[in-house]
Every structure is written in structure tokens, then in C-alpha cells.
Design a protein around this ligand. Structure first.
Ligand SMILES: Nc1ncnc2c1ncn2[C@@H]1O[C@H](COP(=O)(O)OP(=O)(O)OP(=O)(O)O)[C@@H](O)[C@H]1O
Length: 274
């Protein structure tokens, strides 16, 4: 995405001069407060929206018109799975994308069942999407995108309405997609705990622009930046800062996981016996 801007018909600015890229098999988290432009960015990556100015390229090819077929390479899991699920049964729903891509009914059925198995909900094939729980809808929506075998998957707030168990399942699925299928994943979120757990790279957005792009360990230890973006520090970073402040220590270790936090704290409090 090269200097792309999008103005909605009512004059609202969705994104402004935004430059964004993702590499093969990379996981990038787009982090920003409500209304900062995360969904607008994601909807440009699969051609649901076209930029008012600037360009979007997928696999090096420019996206010019809505009828371009580059969307086949980029799947989008919507923020509200209800916006994605519409067929009478879960299986029909997940088969819809593959059939649209030109697969036969048998082929589509096969890839749909395999995608449902992949996300762990193959027991739901005959259920009506409407009657599923929020977490189940989310998993079925992911299966629907996976069944289309895209090169890039964009997930808009993938864990926003999920409990800890379902959130962990989504994190595992994202990691598996990258590791076993080489898929690149873009997630949008305002949950920096999620982003710090999963992302190789993070982009911080504010008022439609990317204001920082870097490694989670660098970006999430910039307290001023995170506050400016209207976000809260990841819990591990917050705890580490609080601990260092109380102990009068310089916060020079930058832990991101609980394991790293424990290492950093015990290194400080338990002097070596050697
Ligand atoms: N269809 C639309 N028509 C007009 N303005 C819109 C439309 N969709 C989004 N916007 C505006 O564009 C800006 C960016 O919205 P967007 O939905 O991309 O933000 P977001 O970061 O995804 O927010 P959230 O976290 O609340 O979902 C906001 O000011 C919003 O009001």
C-alpha cells in the first residue's frame, strides 16, 4: 500500500497517506484506538474498498478496480462474523468461497471440511450459522477464509469478543497458518497483550495514519507513543515498568512474555550464587 488515502462518501477520512507492506509468512499487528482506521486499512488489502488516492499492490500487482481478482489472494475475516456468515448451514457457508473460486461441489466440500477440521469445529457442519455462539461464529468465519487458500489473511479484531480459551485457540490457528501454510497474517487490534504475544511486527495507527512501525519489543516499550495512540501498554510491560520504578532500577531488559518477565525480575532480585 503506497500513500493510500480513503475518504468515505460522507466526507470522513478513513485512512490518510498510508504506506503499509507485509512480507511472506509474516504476522503484522495493526494497533490503534477506536476509529483510528484499522478496518479501513484491512478492507483496502482485499479490495473491498479502493483508495481515493494512492495505490494498493498485492503480490506486486496494482489493485485498480473492484472487479480485479487479486482478492482471491487476500482473505478478510470481518470484525463481526455475522457480516460474513449467511448460508443455511455452516458447511454451505464455508463451501461458498471455494465454489466462487471455480471449484467443483465435491472439491469445495473437501476443502471446507478440511478447513473446519483445521479450526476444530467440524462437528458444527450441519448447524445454522445464526445459532452458533460468538466464538463458534468466529471460528467458522476463519474456516470460510482458510478454505479459499489465500496467501494473506486479514483478521479484523479477531479476539475482541472471545474468552481466554477461544482467544488462545485463535492465536494458535494464526501461528499454524504461518508455520504450516506460509500464510501472511495481518490482524487489527487494540489489545496490545494479543499483539505482543503474536506479532513479528507492529504498526501503530492514529487518525488514519501509521505513526510507528517496528518490532514489538521496541514499539511497546515506548510509553509516550502508546499513550499518544490512545492505547494501554501490554500487561507485562506495565508490570515491568512498575517493578523497576518501585525498586529504583533502570528498565533496560524489555521483557514481552511472562517467562521473560520472570527472568528479568529474578535476575534483579536473586543475585547469582557463583
Ligand atoms: N462507512 C463509513 N462511512 C463513513 N465513515 C466511516 C465509515 N467507516 C468508517 N468510517 C470512519 O472512518 C474512520 C476510521 O474508521 P475504522 O472503522 O477504519 O476504524 P477502526 O480503527 O477499525 O475502529 P474500531 O476499532 O472502532 O473498529 C472513523 O472516523 C470512522 O468514523
Amino acid at each position: 500500500m503506497d500513500c493510500a488515502s480513503h475518504r468515505y462518501p460522507d466526507g470522513s477520512m478513513g485512512i490518510h497517506d498510508m504506506c503499509f507492506y507485509i512480507k511472506p509468512a509474516e504476522i503484522v499487528a495493526i494497533c490503534g484506538a477506536n476509529g483510528s482506521g484499522k478496518s479501513t486499512l484491512l478492507e483496502h488489502l482485499n479490495g473491498l474498498l479502493l483508495p481515493t488516492s494512492g495505490h494498493v499492490y498485492v503480490m506486486g500487482r496494482p489493485f485498480r478496480e473492484k472487479k480485479d481478482t487479486i482478492w482471491r489472494q487476500v482473505g478478510l475475516v470481518f470484525q463481526r462474523p455475522e457480516d460474513q456468515l449467511f448460508a443455511p448451514t455452516v458447511l454451505d457457508d464455508v463451501m461458498f468461497g471455494p465454489i466462487n473460486l471455480g471449484m467443483s461441489k465435491e472439491e469445495a466440500r473437501e476443502v471446507a471440511i478440511s478447513a473446519l477440521e483445521h479450526v476444530g469445529v467440524s462437528d458444527l457442519v450441519d448447524k445454522m450459522p445464526n445459532y452458533l455462539s460468538g466464538g463458534q461464529k468466529r471460528l467458522v468465519a476463519i474456516a470460510g477464509v482458510l478454505a479459499m487458500r489465500p496467501k494473506i489473511i486479514c483478521m479484523d479484531e479477531p479476539t475482541s469478543d472471545l474468552d481466554e480459551v477461544h482467544s488462545r485457540r485463535i492465536v494458535d490457528i494464526i501461528e499454524e497458518m504461518r508455520r504450516f501454510h506460509g500464510i501472511s497474517v495481518v490482524i487489527s487490534t487494540h489489545d496490545l497483550n494479543l499483539a505482543s504475544r503474536i506479532a513479528d511486527r507492529v504498526c501503530i495507527v492514529r487518525e488514519g495514519s501509521i505513526i510507528a512501525d517496528g518490532q514489538p519489543r521496541d514499539v511497546f516499550y515506548d510509553r509516550e507513543l502508546i499513550e499518544y495512540a490512545g492505547l494501554s501498554l501490554p500487561a507485562v510491560v506495565e508490570l515491568y515498568y512498575a517493578y523497576c520504578e518501585r525498586m529504583g532500577l533502570r528498565p533496560d531488559r524489555r521483557p514481552l512474555t511472562v517467562e521473560e518477565l520472570l527472568d528479568a525480575l529474578t535476575a534483579r532480585t536473586c543475585p547469582s550464587f557463583i
